[in-house]
Design a protein around this ligand. Structure first.
Ligand SMILES: NC(=O)C1=CN([C@@H]2O[C@H](COP(=O)(O)OP(=O)(O)OC[C@H]3O[C@@H](n4cnc5c(N)ncnc54)[C@H](OP(=O)(O)O)[C@@H]3O)[C@@H](O)[C@H]2O)C=CC1
Ligand SMILES: O=C(O)[C@@H]1CCC=N1
Length: 275
């Protein structure tokens, strides 16, 4: 990947994951600028990653080829309008990672002519196993499309969406998804401790099991349902555990959780677009 100058507006959790993943993939830290109002976060980013940090968004974005909007959805409009008022879109590429915020609104807030790629990454980007969906507006040139894709591919899987409406579902599945798996890990680890395993043993067995299951699901020709059945010996231990989960309507609960996240993404998009 060429070392274009990248500017992150917002240096919080997701920016951190992307920066860490990009640098681990060989991106030059000197080509990364980060603007954040919090001095503590700026110091931490500069010390940990060696990137350039700024309190002022315009200063950070001044000569950046690509600007990544990594603030909370509620702050995106202000950030866009401030950037455009300060330096125009200057033919640069804007990449938004904000949940819910829709491309037509981003384009409007950026003055109406900007090249915008709306994305939804996730925090495992930090360790190179992210999953990002991208959607480009029709002002994005082919080389900018390739640039956006190469940035996100450097930190994991990428998929392009033709239909922006699918982005809210993606947000609920892979954007928020790591949290569902972390919660499951927390619960299994707690149960293991309650049953008497030493803490570190409980932690390692839980995490390695999650990793093994994910790796098998990724690499196997069989579906997760088939792989589950291979663990489930008739009359055995897994069967008893799965009965408890099915009795507790685990699938329906997970469906409702994913639906709630997608609904929230839609609400955010609608609410912020109307302002
Ligand atoms: N966390 C995740 O897993 C994912 C998040 N996202 C999206 O990424 C975006 C950021 O989320 P996340 O990293 O979790 O949030 P964070 O709150 O951790 O990061 C946002 C950062 O932006 C700073 N900030 C606030 N106002 C401004 C401003 N005007 N200019 C520059 N920086 C500002 C915040 O400072 P302060 O805290 O002081 O306000 C904060 O440090 C959101 O839009 C979210 O939807 C997308 C995919 C996954
Ligand atoms: O919780 C959120 O709103 C963000 C978007 C996806 C993951 N975190």
């Amino acid at each position: 990947m060429s070392n274009n100058t990248l500017c992150f507006i917002g240096g919080g959790n997701m920016a951190r994951s992307l920066i860490g993943g990009l640098l681990a993939d060989g991106f030059d830290p000197q080509a990364v600028r980060v603007a954040d109002p919090d001095a503590g976060k700026r110091d931490d980013l500069a010390n940990r990653f060696g990137v350039r940090v700024y309190a002022d968004n315009l200063e950070a974005a001044a000569d950046a080829d690509t600007v990544i909007l990594a603030v909370k959805p509620q702050v995106v409009r202000t950030a866009c309008e401030q950037l455009v008022a300060g330096s125009g879109d200057a033919g640069r590429l804007f990449i938004s990672i904000a949940a819910g915020v829709r491309e037509p609104d981003l384009t409007r807030w950026l003055g109406g002519q900007a090249a915008v790629v709306r994305t939804m990454p996730n925090t495992p980007s930090l360790v190179g196993t992210g999953a990002t969906a991208l959607y480009a507006n029709d002002r994005v040139k082919e080389r900018q499309r390739e640039l956006a894709e190469s940035l996100m591919r450097a930190v994991g899987l990428v998929v392009w969406l033709d239909d922006e409406a699918q982005m809210d579902t993606v947000t609920a599945v892979s954007g928020s998804g790591p949290a569902y798996f972390f919660l499951l890990m927390e619960a299994i680890e707690d149960a293991a401790r309650d049953l008497g395993l030493p803490g570190e043993t409980a932690r390692l067995l839980t995490i390695e099991t999650a990793l093994g299951a994910a790796k098998m699901a990724l690499e196997s020709d069989e579906s997760p349902a088939q792989l589950r059945q291979r663990v489930t010996s008739p009359g055995g231990t897994t069967e008893h555990a799965l009965h408890v989960l099915e009795d507790g309507e685990y699938r329906a609960l997970m469906t409702r959780a994913v639906q709630a996240a997608a609904k929230r993404a839609q609400e955010l998009g609608q609410m912020l677009g109307e302002q």
